[in-house]
Design a protein around this ligand. Structure first.
Ligand SMILES: Cc1cc2nc3c(=O)[nH]c(=O)nc-3n(C[C@H](O)[C@H](O)[C@H](O)COP(=O)(O)O)c2cc1C
Length: 214
């Protein structure tokens, strides 16, 4: 009887060994690891946002100033907008006599009375490449832009640029000067211009410039 029990036990043990997974060549199932989802969706969104961002604004302030008033305002605009500056300098500079508006024979009286007058600009032209916005400043002479500003407007291609005229004066407003320049330029998006007082504050300039964007 004892002998039969031993054989039976041995048979059970043998079967257990034979039927075990290791004995069938199977690998024990590995523990499942939960890997984090790859961040492809977010990365793509970020890349798209970067692609659609507007190009950085780059500003140039161009000005003509016979006696320094417009130059002072132009420098303030450049400080507020972090802009580059370019001065329009006449080949033949204006003397005090030239600027005498009481004299009907003075050079400026003649030039302002002659819509086709185009005083020459000295030096190398400024490159407008890379700029997004150009402020264009000048004094008011006989109610409008000096003729050298007409030379400037006709000499450049303003395609793709926002152009913002500004002026200084004794008291006159900017009138039609901005429109005159836009018509002569035939390119660019010209916004309404503004007369600025010589002592304009940086806060007032900032408020005006912010208003232009809305
Ligand atoms: C020839 C000449 C004509 C001018 N005509 C006017 C005018 O019509 N209205 C006005 O308010 N100021 C007039 N002014 C004054 C200038 O516009 C003003 O002094 C301006 O701020 C000067 O700028 P600038 O120093 O940058 O040259 C005239 C000045 C000159 C020299």
């Amino acid at each position: 009887m004892k002998n039969r029990m031993n054989k039976f036990t041995a048979l059970i043990l043998a079967l257990a060994v034979i039927l075990s997974p290791a004995a069938c060549g199977q690998k024990a199932a590995p523990e499942t690891e939960t890997k984090p989802e790859p961040e492809t969706a977010d990365t793509e969104k970020n890349e798209q946002a970067q692609e659609t961002e507007a190009p950085a604004e780059k500003v140039l302030v161009v000005y003509f100033s016979a006696t320094g008033t417009t130059k002072g305002v132009a420098e303030k605009i450049a400080a507020v907008t972090d802009a580059d500056l370019f001065e329009i300098v006449p080949v033949n500079g204006y003397t005090d006599g030239d600027l005498d508006w009481h004299d009907s024979k003075s050079r400026t009286t003649h030039e302002q009375n002659d819509k086709s007058a185009r005083p020459e600009i000295a030096g190398e032209p400024v490159s407008l490449e890379g700029y997004t916005t150009v402020f264009v400043g000048f004094p008011i002479w006989w109610g409008e832009e000096p003729r050298i500003m007409d030379t400037f407007a006709e000499s450049y291609n303003f395609d793709g640029l926002t152009v913002i005229p500004f002026c200084t004066s004794g008291s006159s407003g900017i009138g039609k000067s901005g429109q005159n320049l836009a018509e002569l330029a035939k390119s660019g998006t010209w916004l309404d211009g503004k007369r600025l007082p010589s002592n304009v504050s940086e806060e007032d300039l900032q408020a005006w410039i912010d208003g232009l964007k809305s």
